[in-house]
Design a protein around this ligand. Structure first.
Ligand code: GTP
Length: 602
């Protein structure tokens, strides 16, 4: 296709504003899908994605569109995920496009996440085409939303397309707007090949599939290519695109987006942002490339049944084949046995992986409290001259006398909320050691900016925010670096033994409250024993909170008054079963549920 007839665009929107529905309509209208195939959303094809309604992996579909001027255009639509955890995927798809559809819900209006993505898009010099969706809703107010887009985002929305993706209104107009407003790509067919590696994933039939955007030159089957950053060479064995069904093509020319395969076994061999060129006539300079994504939230994952450890290892390795953004290494815990320390881009990412392990791989898991990465400066010691460590796991906390300073990651959070919830939201941020930076009002809604320690956000900040605002507040964040903090390791001791899986790094100022909360929780969760069981929270040798589980009567059957023998038997059976799911901890048995519940604390 000649460059003037190509349009590459992505769709940016806040979660639930209708991005996937609109994408499916565009595919349907241009003949990629039948009405029946439309019923199940096509772009989200993983089971969990559908259930959660979240698009995890960015995908690209090519559409052939015959415009009102009679000419046929090649439209490459890149789907992008809407959630903060996946912001890096948004960034890489934006880099492969010349424009974006900005989808805004006609009733909800502009939200914080929308802003973050629009600004990224503007940074990429994109032409932004506003689309006001869900105009069929009774609460729809397209004129208010049009003004909001102009006031808040600062782009002209006078020609915004009004759509109802659900009922198929405004779809033809959207396609015309794409052709008219989004500029065609530039590129040189005769220049040395230069293609950007946009994304890659593992497919059981094709091996690693690589999504590319060709800048200059031509990609063809049989070509020997070089990945400039990785320094590796591969032979291309397939070239094609998705419509959304897979289709092989003779070539991908400049400006085009499509996929290649080259018998690559692991996603880890394909760095996103790498430049692909030919071996015989390489490009002089590589593309700027992307920032490497780093996991920011870590937790331990342990099988409930120790016999499942190998199965867990296999399942995690298989998931990792397809998602190079999470990391794992083996970990042993005295309380929980063998498991893995895993790193994620954020809490949602953690939840998705956890859910896939549970559901697709049928594993019963215990996940320890999420923790961030701390940088610790050490004093020199005689035996060890390490100066600095990055702490991913509270269990590796060094001897406190060696610690010179601890730094923790901070974020800048932008929260966008209807006015009536502002008070409670400010209190929440304040309680989480937040520092208010800005507060402005736009059209009856408040936009508040806070700097917060990530440590205080990974617990349950998002859930709390949603519950106090009845789901109306939206939240977006970016990392702003490390800051020193008065951070300590808090141990939980059951019957004077520290339980490693429950220890955590906390700010000294909130340690006592957290410790008390944890002890109270555990008191209710751990059953009585034949002896008194103290539960304590301690920092170093100093106990900061304490609860005691009273001893139980000698024989549970005593309360049966010797009468009913079957009842007695049942009770004994129950006791036995209970035991099977306990972890023996010193002389104390802690039921699995107690760990899970204690670790889910807020
Ligand atoms: P994520 O994939 O989670 O980012 O969400 P999304 O922006 O892709 O939203 P999606 O297309 O999944 O739509 C969210 C919900 O809004 C679904 O229940 C859709 O059926 C509904 N929806 C989408 N478009 C319209 C519309 O025009 N009108 C109405 N009434 N509902 C719509």
């Amino acid at each position: 296709t000649d460059l003037s007839h190509i349009r590459n665009f992505s769709i940016i929107a806040h979660i639930d504003h209708g991005k996937s529905t609109l994408a499916d309509r565009l595919i349907q209208q241009t003949g990629g899908l039948t009405e029946r195939e439309m019923t199940s959303q096509v772009l989200d094809n993983m089971e969990i994605e559908q259930e959660r309604g979240i698009t995890i992996k960015a995908q690209t579909v090519r559409l052939n569109y015959v415009a009102n001027n009679g000419e046929t255009y090649e439209l490459n639509l890149m789907d992008t995920p809407g959630h903060v955890d996946f912001a890096y995927e948004v960034s890489r798809s934006l880099a492969a496009c010349e424009g974006a559809l900005l989808v805004v819900d006609a009733a909800q209006g502009v939200e914080a996440q929308t802003l973050a993505n629009v600004y990224q898009s503007i940074e990429h010099d994109h032409e932004i085409v506003p689309v006001i969706n869900k105009i069929d809703l009774p609460a729809a107010d397209p004129e208010r939303v049009r003004t909001e887009i102009e006031d808040i985002i600062g782009i002209d929305a006078s020609e915004a397309v009004l759509t109802s993706a659900k009922s198929g209104i405004g779809i033809a107009e959207t396609l015309e707007a794409i052709v008219a407003k989004i500029p065609p790509p530039k590129g040189d067919r005769d220049a040395p090949l230069k293609a950007m590696l946009v994304d890659s994933w593992y497919d059981p039939y094709l091996g690693v599939v690589i999504l590319v955007r060709v800048i200059d030159g031509v990609l063809k089957k049989g070509l020997r290519v070089k990945f400039m950053q990785a320094g590796t060479e591969h032979l291309i064995d397939r070239v094609g695109c998705f419509r959304p069904k897979i289709e092989q093509l003779p070539e991908l020319g400049p400006g085009e987006i499509g996929f290649i395969t080259a018998q690559i076994k692991e996603v880890a061999q394909t760095a996103v942002g790498d430049t692909i060129t030919t071996v015989v006539r390489p490009a002089a300079k590589a593309l700027p490339g992307f920032k490497q994504v780093q996991p920011v939230v870590f937790c331990g994952m342990f099988p409930v049944d120790a016999a499942d450890f190998e199965k867990l290892r296999e399942s995690i390795s298989r998931l990792r084949l397809n998602d190079a953004s999470f990391s794992f290494e083996m970990e042993t815990s005295a309380a929980l046995g063998f498991g893995f320390r895993c790193g994620f881009l954020g809490l949602l990412h953690l939840e998705i992986i956890q859910e896939r392990l549970t559901r697709e791989y049928d594993l019963d898991l215990i996940t320890t409290a999420p923790s961030v990465v701390y940088r610790i400066q050490l004093n020199k010691s005689r035996t060890d001259d390490a100066r600095e460590i990055m702490l991913h796991n509270p269990a590796d906390y060094p001897d406190p006398s060696r610690i010179a300073s601890i730094e923790e990651p901070w974020i800048k959070a932008v929260i966008y909320t209807p006015d009536e919830y502002l008070g409670s939201i400010l209190k929440l941020c304040q309680d989480r050691r937040g520092v208010q930076k800005d507060l402005t009002y736009v059209g009856g809604r408040a936009q508040v900016t806070y700097e917060l320690p990530l440590n205080e956000v990974v617990f349950d900040f998002y859930d709390r925010l949603k519950s106090i605002s009845r789901g109306y507040a939206s939240f977006d964040y970016e990392q702003i670096g490390l800051r020193e903090g008065d951070l300590v390791k808090m141990n939980i001791l059951v019957n004077a033994e520290p339980v490693d899986a429950l220890s955590m790094i906390v700010h000294r100022g909130v340690a006592e409250a957290r410790g008390r909360h944890m002890c109270e929780r555990l008191k209710d969760l751990i059953p009585r024993h034949l002896f008194k069981v103290p539960i304590q929270a301690a920092i170093g040798g100093k106990v900061i909170a304490r609860e005691t589980i009273a001893a139980m009567r000698k024989d549970v059957t005593a309360k049966c008054y010797g009468g009913d023998i079957s009842r007695k038997k049942k009770l004994l059976d129950k006791q036995k079963k209970g035991k099977a799911r306990m972890r023996e901890y010193g002389s104390v048995s802690i039921p699995q549920e107690a760990f899970i519940a204690a670790l889910r604390m807020g």
